[in-house]
Design a protein around this ligand. Structure first.
Ligand SMILES: Nc1nc2c(c(=O)[nH]1)N[C@H]1C(S)=C(S)[C@@H](COP(=O)(O)O)O[C@H]1N2
Ligand SMILES: [Mo]
Length: 547
């Protein structure tokens, strides 16, 4: 077929004239009738998909409005996402952390919306042929969402409502718009029918956007605790901890500060909607295998003895050389006296802590009672805990990865046994107990960087939380291991920064490795292990181009 000015139309006239029956032509999609049919089919699918999307939007918006009463975590999109997190297999979770890092939640929420959109578009198309089936399926989606919400550990029955209603609203809107659209596109349709459909669709879409975003904003406002957080008067520590000497930080350009600024402190948790816990209604229950269970309010907590402690917190999901580690000055009340007051019974070896959003974390009772500074922290770096970092109260135990020690939005301490209780991450493939492994990192220069020949300054961070750090060595191009210069130690519970002056660095591409020795004299293992089940090992290695 030759291209010619006025192409399509010209061809259409030609070929229909040549083949009045159109039999052969219909076989090809390029033929006029085929094209018309394709266009009709396209319009049919597009209308269906549009109706499906608008119906889903209206449903989600209705759910969001109900969630103003029942809480952010019960809103359909959040509930679906939270449920997705809870059933995400460990390998996929690792993939998400590796590829999206702290944006993993944004990625997940986007995934949820895309899935809902695809499903909704599909149902909208189905509705044009099988309206009843499509509406029932839509309502069923709402039921499934409601079940996902109500089975979250922190849920109550009211969490069913937003998704249920979302399903019903979506199904009704779908019926209404589909019926209108079928009338409008019928051969006998009047133009007023078409106008009604367009107005109905646009109006519903606009209403859904306003209600959805409005509901979201309303939820944020209603459950906001930033004013309560601002009002918290931090208790004066029993002994004021002096600032560590400036020599804890080697003065190397590009090396992070000794204390991680709170705004840059890594965040790892499963909370899609960050729990907003009002200190006025916060309670901590201590119970289980104890002689004297008790409950305390935030006000009571504040009347206890508070101490400051510098401690490095690490995530088990931190890959070798990775960013999920931070160092802060924490203000907290020691946890051991609280357990003693409750009276831990013989045989109890696990402290199962629970957050307001139902996360469970299991820690060895031994680690709380052996004299280390396990605490209930309420502030970091001189300020009340940020909401993302566990406001109003979180647990910290030096020497253990966060998933077995650092419960944020803490609300319950159950004294139990490892034999009888599983914490959240245990059935997901992580070890029930996990001390922090010795690790070291080269922060300067960045891997792949080009530096000028001469003396190259290498610097980084190393930690063996609670065992302390004794040495850091670097190796260039598989040469001898050379001792780096360690900055002053703050506490055995904090990381140590280090630097190394690499004199006469020759031009070319070089491989630089680092390893640390902990306070017990054990050298970091070179064996390469992934983060599952209890923390990555292996030496951080970078390449540097000297020019
Ligand atoms: N409630 C709650 N607490 C939690 C988690 C969580 O998912 N939920 N994650 C834990 C993990 S895996 C880590 S590493 C630390 C991270 O604390 P941060 O976010 O303050 O850095 O919090 C711990 N406490
Ligand atoms: Mo973690």
């Amino acid at each position: 077929m030759s291209e010619q000015p006025g192409g399509m139309q010209g061809k259409a006239v030609d070929s229909s004239a040549a083949d009045p029956e159109g039999e052969d032509a219909q076989q090809e999609s390029g033929s006029p009738t085929g094209k018309r049919r394709l266009a009709a089919l396209g319009g049919w699918i597009a209308r269906g998909a549009l109706v499906g999307l608008v119906a889903a939007g209206a449903g989600l918006a209705a759910g969001e409005l109900v969630a103003v009463a029942t809480g952010a975590e019960s809103s359909p999109a959040v509930a679906a996402g939270t449920w997705a997190i809870s059933v995400t297999p460990t390998w996929l979770e690792q993939f998400a952390i590796r590829n999206f890092g702290s944006n993993d939640k944004l990625a997940l929420q986007t995934g949820v919306y895309v899935t809902v959109a695809l499903g909704a578009a599909g149902l909208g198309v189905l509705a044009r042929a099988r309206l009843t089936i499509a509406s029932v399926l839509t309502a069923v989606f709402g039921v499934v969402g409601g079940i996902a919400a109500v089975t979250r550990p922190a849920a109550n029955t009211s969490w069913l409502l937003p998704s249920l209603l979302a399903g019903l609203v979506a199904a009704s809107v779908m019926r209404w718009l589909t019926t209108m659209s079928l009338k409008e596109s019928a051969p006998s349709a009047e133009s007023s029918g078409r106008r009604r459909f367009v107005l109905g669709t646009l109006g519903t879409a606009a209403g859904a956007l306003v209600a959805g975003f409005g509901g979201d904003a309303w939820i944020k406002k209603r459950y906001d605790v930033s004013a309560a957080r601002a009002k918290v008067v931090l208790p004066v520590p029993a002994t004021v901890l002096p600032q560590p000497p400036a020599s804890v930080h080697p003065d190397v350009k590009g090396l992070g500060s000794f204390f991680t600024p709170t705004s840059q402190f890594y965040r790892v948790d499963t909370a899609l909607a960050v729990p907003r816990v009002d200190p006025g209604s916060w309670k901590l229950k201590i119970h289980g295998m104890v002689d004297r269970p008790f409950e305390i309010t935030f006000e009571e907590l504040l009347s206890y003895r508070f101490e400051e402690h510098d401690m490095t917190l690490t995530c088990v999901s931190n890959p070798v050389g990775g960013p999920y580690v931070g160092n802060a000055r924490w203000l907290g009340t020691p946890l051991a006296p609280l357990l003693r007051r409750a009276g831990v019974r013989r045989g109890a070896d696990m402290l199962l802590s629970t957050s307001t959003d139902g996360m469970t974390i299991g820690s060895p009772v031994e680690a709380v009672l052996d004299g280390r500074q396990a605490m209930l922290a309420i502030a970091m770096n001189g300020e009340a805990l940020p909401i993302e970092h566990g406001f109003p109260c979180r647990m910290l135990i030096p020497g253990l990865y966060g998933y077995v020690s650092a419960t944020k939005w803490l609300t319950d301490l159950d004294v139990t046994t490892f034999a009888s209780s599983d914490a959240y991450w245990t059935p997901r493939g992580y070890s029930p107990q996990a001390p922090v492994k010795t690790a070291s990192r080269i922060d300067v220069p960045a891997t792949g960087a080009t530096v000028s020949a001469g003396t190259v300054v290498l610097a980084g961070t190393a930690w063996a939380t609670h065992r302390g750090l004794a040495a850091v060595e670097v190796q260039i191009d598989n040469g001898a291991w050379r001792e780096a210069m360690l900055a002053t130690s703050d506490t055995p519970d904090t990381w140590r920064q280090w630097s190394y002056r690499w004199a006469n660095a020759p031009k070319g591409s070089h491989k630089v490795k680092v390893r640390a020795t902990d306070g017990t004299g054990t050298v970091q293992t070179s064996a390469v292990q992934d983060v599952v089940p209890n923390g990555s090992t292996g030496y951080h290695t970078i390449t540097v181009k000297v020019s």
